[in-house]
Design a protein around this ligand. Structure first.
Ligand code: FAD
Length: 406
């Protein structure tokens, strides 16, 4: 048996980032990957979908996706060629709590990610039904695409295929799309996309795929953590639906074993996986950090995009938290007008007591960049009076945030 300092299972954003950081800190790392390095994010998630968003046609998107993913994958291969890292290109399986394959270590990080959650809808075996990975591998553009689910994946694909000229219908069980987004913002975004040609059937449950009139049906009903039976051999507690049980520091129920990224089901985002990786390695090497996992910005790359950090207005009401809502609009911003991108609204929630920012939800061109600024301000406990004193370049979309507090 080969002893090492750290074993990592899975080379997605959680796993490869943990390997890179740990190796730079001097730890000897063994990382297992059963498929291509880069995980869902690089191969079938964030990167391919954003390449689609930034391509004019379906044909261009397919061509660019292969190039972009190939280049980035080479980059990850480069990261994993660090002398302190051994990449084992096979599935990592626990034989006991400290042994995976031929390696043993006191510290193990599980970063096995997630997979499509298929709903048990009648007819789901219909060859027209695909998940996001299947949709990305289509070689011909569908004329009519039906999307089951108006969550992040469903809405991003709806926006992109509509722009390519496909006839898109989104079918959603709930009243509104994008439940993590402020409902006011989500509704405005949906209405705008509807005006652009997407058909939305809200409050509609699909009972039989045979009832759907489309060439391709995308199952976009969420993702579930990828757990495996041998985790139980190691004594790790997990739930098929919720993933591996972890505490606030991503420790599992077994000492020395951590679970990061989608597999713990906490915050299924690539940047969350990466920051969880850093936090876990810091614990292993005894280095304190101040990473704020409660301030987790997220974006939805529709056109225009949407983004959020902190609670929605509805959530603030439910929790009985006092707040003031400050709004501003893309149509009142000089840069947005110059860009011809006047659709959008920002809502900033502020504590009336001390002026601290509670959260921000927005849709509009580059709203992710604006919400990123808000996240930094929240991490630094900045009040809106302090924000109003900060100079913002003119003309930029960042002035939309500043004008909300003036
Ligand atoms: C269509 C789509 C679009 C997305 N867009 C975004 C976005 O814009 N922004 C964003 O932040 N997030 C986005 N996500 C989510 C993002 O991809 C995930 O949050 C992120 O990839 C999670 O990283 P991870 O390291 O936990 O897992 P993954 O990226 O899933 O990586 C896990 C890796 O582990 C490997 N593996 C699993 N089991 C084993 C085993 N036993 N042994 C060895 N290897 C194993 C897998 O092959 C995989 O490579 C998107 C997801 C999808 C599906």
């Amino acid at each position: 048996m080969n002893k090492t300092d750290l074993i990592i299972i899975g080379a997605g954003p959680g796993g490869y980032r943990a390997a890179e950081y740990a190796a730079k800190q001097g730890l000897k790392v063994v990382i297992f990957e059963g498929s291509e390095v880069g995980g869902a994010c690089l191969n079938v998630g964030c990167i391919p979908t954003k390449t689609y968003v930034h391509s004019a046609t379906f044909a261009e998107a397919r061509e660019r996706m292969a190039t972009v993913v190939g280049q980035l994958r080479q980059g990850v291969e480069g990261i994993l060629s660090h002398p302190n890292i051994t990449l084992v290109r096979e599935k990592g399986v626990f034989t006991d709590a400290h042994t995976v394959g031929d390696y043993t270590a006191d510290n193990i990080i599980i970063a096995t990610g997630s997979e499509t959650k298929w709903l048990p809808i009648k007819g789901k075996e219909d060859p027209r039904v695909v998940d996001s990975t299947g949709l990305l591998s289509l070689e011909t553009q569908p004329k009519r695409l039906a999307i089951i689910g108006a969550g992040v994946i469903g809405m991003e694909f709806a926006s992109v295929f509509n722009r390519f000229g496909t006839e898109v219908t989104v079918i959603e069980y709930l009243k509104e799309c994008l439940p993590a987004l402020d409902s006011d913002i989500a509704k405005r975004l949906r209405k705008y996309l509807e005006k652009g040609g997407i058909t939305f059937k809200m409050k509609t449950a699909v009972e039989d795929i045979a009832d759907i009139d489309a060439d391709v049906v995308l199952m976009a009903t969420g993702r579930k953590p990828r757990v495996q039976a041998d985790f139980a051999n190691a004594g790790i507690e997990y739930d098929e639906r919720k993933g591996i049980a972890v505490d606030d520091h991503f420790k599992t129920t077994v000492n020395g074993i951590y679970a990061i990224g989608d597999v713990n089901g906490k915050q299924m985002l690539a940047h969350a996986a990466e920051m969880q990786a850093i936090h876990v390695v810091n614990q292993i090497i005894g280095k304190p950090d101040n990473i704020r996992f409660d301030i987790m910005p997220a974006a939805i790359f529709t056109q225009p995009e949407a983004a959020c950090v902190g609670p929605t207005e509805d959530q603030l009401k439910v929790d009985g938290i006092a707040y003031e809502c400050k709004k501003s609009f893309w149509r009142a911003n000089g840069k947005a007008m110059a860009m011809g991108e006047t659709e959008g609204m920002l809502k900033l929630f502020v504590s009336p007591e001390d002026g601290l920012i509670l959260g921000c939800h927005a849709y509009g061109a580059h709203s992710a960049d604006i919400v990123q600024e808000v996240s930094v301000l929240m991490c630094k406990h900045t009040t809106i009076a302090e924000l109003a004193d900060m100079v913002h370049i003119h003309p930029t979309l960042s002035e939309i945030l500043k004008s909300a507090v003036e």
